[in-house]
Design a protein. Structure first.
Lengths: 111, 110
Protein backbone atom coordinates (compact mmCIF):
# COMPACT_ATOMS: atom_id res chain seq x y z
CA UNK A 1 0.00 0.00 0.00
CA UNK A 2 1.22 3.48 -0.84
CA UNK A 3 -0.66 5.11 2.07
CA UNK A 4 -1.06 8.87 1.58
CA UNK A 5 0.64 10.34 -1.47
CA UNK A 6 1.22 14.07 -1.83
CA UNK A 7 2.44 15.90 -4.91
CA UNK A 8 4.46 17.94 -5.57
CA UNK A 9 7.10 17.67 -2.84
CA UNK A 10 8.42 21.17 -3.48
CA UNK A 11 6.89 24.21 -5.17
CA UNK A 12 7.82 27.85 -5.62
CA UNK A 13 5.04 30.27 -6.58
CA UNK A 14 4.92 33.95 -7.32
CA UNK A 15 2.48 36.09 -5.36
CA UNK A 16 -0.94 35.95 -6.98
CA UNK A 17 -0.46 32.62 -8.74
CA UNK A 18 -2.81 29.72 -8.10
CA UNK A 19 -2.03 26.06 -7.74
CA UNK A 20 -3.42 22.75 -6.52
CA UNK A 21 -1.72 20.48 -4.03
CA UNK A 22 -2.66 16.90 -4.68
CA UNK A 23 -3.42 14.26 -2.04
CA UNK A 24 -4.45 10.66 -2.65
CA UNK A 25 -4.91 7.70 -0.31
CA UNK A 26 -5.46 4.05 -1.11
CA UNK A 27 -6.71 2.88 2.30
CA UNK A 28 -10.39 3.62 1.70
CA UNK A 29 -10.42 6.11 4.58
CA UNK A 30 -13.50 8.31 4.79
CA UNK A 31 -11.82 11.07 6.79
CA UNK A 32 -9.19 13.28 5.16
CA UNK A 33 -7.67 16.57 6.21
CA UNK A 34 -5.13 19.25 5.28
CA UNK A 35 -2.71 20.86 7.71
CA UNK A 36 -0.03 23.47 7.45
CA UNK A 37 3.07 23.35 9.62
CA UNK A 38 4.98 26.48 10.54
CA UNK A 39 7.96 26.72 12.93
CA UNK A 40 6.90 26.77 16.57
CA UNK A 41 3.20 26.43 15.76
CA UNK A 42 2.67 22.72 15.34
CA UNK A 43 0.13 21.66 12.70
CA UNK A 44 -2.92 23.77 12.05
CA UNK A 45 -6.04 22.38 10.39
CA UNK A 46 -7.00 24.06 7.10
CA UNK A 47 -9.92 21.98 5.79
CA UNK A 48 -11.23 18.50 6.34
CA UNK A 49 -13.68 16.02 4.86
CA UNK A 50 -15.68 13.21 6.44
CA UNK A 51 -16.51 11.59 3.13
CA UNK A 52 -17.00 12.16 -0.58
CA UNK A 53 -18.99 15.32 -1.22
CA UNK A 54 -18.59 16.63 2.35
CA UNK A 55 -16.02 19.24 3.38
CA UNK A 56 -15.70 21.70 6.23
CA UNK A 57 -13.39 24.44 7.44
CA UNK A 58 -10.68 24.03 9.98
CA UNK A 59 -8.76 26.59 12.00
CA UNK A 60 -7.09 28.49 9.12
CA UNK A 61 -9.23 28.11 5.95
CA UNK A 62 -8.86 31.57 4.39
CA UNK A 63 -7.17 31.54 0.98
CA UNK A 64 -7.71 27.82 0.45
CA UNK A 65 -10.41 25.74 -1.22
CA UNK A 66 -11.02 22.00 -1.18
CA UNK A 67 -13.32 19.49 -2.83
CA UNK A 68 -13.89 15.77 -2.33
CA UNK A 69 -15.37 14.14 -5.41
CA UNK A 70 -13.98 10.67 -4.60
CA UNK A 71 -13.00 8.82 -1.43
CA UNK A 72 -9.40 8.61 -2.63
CA UNK A 73 -8.59 12.22 -3.54
CA UNK A 74 -8.64 15.46 -1.56
CA UNK A 75 -6.93 18.32 -3.45
CA UNK A 76 -6.13 21.65 -1.82
CA UNK A 77 -6.33 24.77 -4.00
CA UNK A 78 -4.55 28.03 -3.35
CA UNK A 79 -6.60 30.68 -5.11
CA UNK A 80 -4.13 33.58 -5.13
CA UNK A 81 -0.89 32.73 -3.37
CA UNK A 82 0.49 35.10 -0.73
CA UNK A 83 3.85 35.06 1.08
CA UNK A 84 1.96 34.22 4.31
CA UNK A 85 1.09 30.87 2.73
CA UNK A 86 4.74 29.85 2.64
CA UNK A 87 4.67 26.68 4.73
CA UNK A 88 4.86 22.91 4.71
CA UNK A 89 1.52 21.31 3.90
CA UNK A 90 0.48 17.86 5.09
CA UNK A 91 -2.45 15.75 4.05
CA UNK A 92 -3.74 13.08 6.43
CA UNK A 93 -6.35 10.37 6.33
CA UNK A 94 -8.03 8.29 9.00
CA UNK A 95 -10.44 5.40 9.33
CA UNK A 96 -11.51 5.79 12.94
CA UNK A 97 -10.04 9.20 13.87
CA UNK A 98 -8.06 7.41 16.58
CA UNK A 99 -5.04 7.31 14.30
CA UNK A 100 -4.02 9.34 11.29
CA UNK A 101 -1.73 8.53 8.39
CA UNK A 102 0.16 11.51 7.02
CA UNK A 103 1.73 12.12 3.66
CA UNK A 104 5.35 13.26 3.40
CA UNK A 105 4.37 16.87 2.80
CA UNK A 106 4.63 19.64 0.21
CA UNK A 107 7.08 22.44 0.92
CA UNK A 108 5.64 25.62 -0.61
CA UNK A 109 7.45 28.92 -0.98
CA UNK A 110 5.60 32.02 -2.18
CA UNK A 111 7.83 34.86 -3.37
CA UNK B 1 -11.08 27.05 20.21
CA UNK B 2 -9.46 24.09 21.90
CA UNK B 3 -5.76 24.55 22.61
CA UNK B 4 -3.00 22.15 23.60
CA UNK B 5 0.03 23.53 25.42
CA UNK B 6 3.07 21.35 24.95
CA UNK B 7 6.26 21.65 27.00
CA UNK B 8 9.15 21.90 26.84
CA UNK B 9 9.61 23.30 23.35
CA UNK B 10 13.16 22.03 23.12
CA UNK B 11 15.06 19.35 25.00
CA UNK B 12 18.73 18.43 24.58
CA UNK B 13 19.96 15.55 26.72
CA UNK B 14 22.71 12.96 26.90
CA UNK B 15 22.19 9.36 25.90
CA UNK B 16 20.89 7.34 28.83
CA UNK B 17 18.98 10.16 30.52
CA UNK B 18 15.24 10.12 31.17
CA UNK B 19 12.83 12.81 30.03
CA UNK B 20 9.18 13.77 30.15
CA UNK B 21 7.14 15.81 27.67
CA UNK B 22 3.87 17.36 28.80
CA UNK B 23 0.69 18.21 26.94
CA UNK B 24 -1.93 20.28 28.78
CA UNK B 25 -5.29 21.81 28.00
CA UNK B 26 -8.31 23.31 29.70
CA UNK B 27 -10.50 21.30 27.32
CA UNK B 28 -11.59 17.68 27.46
CA UNK B 29 -10.54 15.46 24.58
CA UNK B 30 -12.10 12.16 23.55
CA UNK B 31 -8.64 10.83 22.72
CA UNK B 32 -5.06 12.01 22.83
CA UNK B 33 -2.55 10.96 20.19
CA UNK B 34 1.24 11.20 20.19
CA UNK B 35 3.22 11.47 16.96
CA UNK B 36 6.90 11.55 16.11
CA UNK B 37 8.16 13.47 13.10
CA UNK B 38 11.56 13.35 11.44
CA UNK B 39 12.91 16.09 9.14
CA UNK B 40 11.34 16.05 5.68
CA UNK B 41 8.68 13.52 6.66
CA UNK B 42 5.13 13.56 7.93
CA UNK B 43 4.21 12.73 11.53
CA UNK B 44 3.98 9.05 12.42
CA UNK B 45 1.60 7.84 15.11
CA UNK B 46 3.19 6.43 18.27
CA UNK B 47 0.14 5.80 20.42
CA UNK B 48 -3.48 6.76 21.08
CA UNK B 49 -4.93 6.98 24.59
CA UNK B 50 -8.69 7.17 25.04
CA UNK B 51 -9.55 6.45 28.68
CA UNK B 52 -8.91 8.85 31.57
CA UNK B 53 -6.01 7.55 33.67
CA UNK B 54 -4.86 5.21 30.92
CA UNK B 55 -1.18 4.28 30.75
CA UNK B 56 0.40 2.73 27.65
CA UNK B 57 3.94 1.51 27.22
CA UNK B 58 5.84 1.21 23.98
CA UNK B 59 9.29 -0.22 24.77
CA UNK B 60 11.08 2.66 26.57
CA UNK B 61 8.21 5.11 26.02
CA UNK B 62 5.38 5.49 28.55
CA UNK B 63 2.27 7.50 27.72
CA UNK B 64 -0.29 8.64 30.25
CA UNK B 65 -3.71 10.25 29.81
CA UNK B 66 -4.92 12.41 32.68
CA UNK B 67 -7.93 11.31 34.73
CA UNK B 68 -9.97 14.25 33.43
CA UNK B 69 -8.79 13.68 29.82
CA UNK B 70 -7.35 17.20 29.64
CA UNK B 71 -3.66 16.39 29.78
CA UNK B 72 -1.11 13.78 28.80
CA UNK B 73 2.55 13.00 29.22
CA UNK B 74 5.24 11.10 27.36
CA UNK B 75 8.11 9.68 29.38
CA UNK B 76 11.21 8.23 27.72
CA UNK B 77 13.53 6.05 29.77
CA UNK B 78 17.22 5.82 28.91
CA UNK B 79 16.99 7.97 25.80
CA UNK B 80 18.98 6.97 22.74
CA UNK B 81 20.18 9.03 19.75
CA UNK B 82 17.55 7.27 17.65
CA UNK B 83 14.86 8.97 19.77
CA UNK B 84 15.87 12.34 18.31
CA UNK B 85 12.98 14.04 16.54
CA UNK B 86 9.92 16.25 16.90
CA UNK B 87 7.25 14.90 19.25
CA UNK B 88 3.69 16.13 18.78
CA UNK B 89 0.62 15.61 20.90
CA UNK B 90 -2.81 15.92 19.29
CA UNK B 91 -6.26 15.89 20.83
CA UNK B 92 -9.49 14.79 19.20
CA UNK B 93 -12.01 17.40 20.24
CA UNK B 94 -15.17 19.05 19.04
CA UNK B 95 -16.59 17.85 15.79
CA UNK B 96 -14.11 15.99 13.69
CA UNK B 97 -11.08 18.13 14.37
CA UNK B 98 -7.65 17.05 15.59
CA UNK B 99 -5.84 19.82 17.47
CA UNK B 100 -2.04 19.72 17.70
CA UNK B 101 0.35 21.05 20.28
CA UNK B 102 3.32 23.12 19.05
CA UNK B 103 5.69 20.18 19.46
CA UNK B 104 8.82 19.28 21.41
CA UNK B 105 12.14 19.04 19.61
CA UNK B 106 14.20 16.30 21.28
CA UNK B 107 17.91 15.95 20.69
CA UNK B 108 19.74 13.03 22.27
CA UNK B 109 23.51 13.31 22.18
CA UNK B 110 25.76 10.27 22.25
Amino acid sequence: NAGVTQTPKFQVLKTGQSMTLQCAQDMNHEYMSWYRQDPGMGLRLIHYSVGAGITDQGEVPNGYNVSRSTTEDFPLRLLSAAPSQTSVYFCASSYSRLSYTFGSGTRLTVV
Amino acid sequence: TQLLEQSPQFLSIQEGENLTVYCNSSSVFSSLQWYRQEPGEGPVLLVTVVTGGEVKKLKRLTFQFGDARKDSSLHITAAQPGDTGLYLCAGAGHGNKLVFGAGTILRVKS
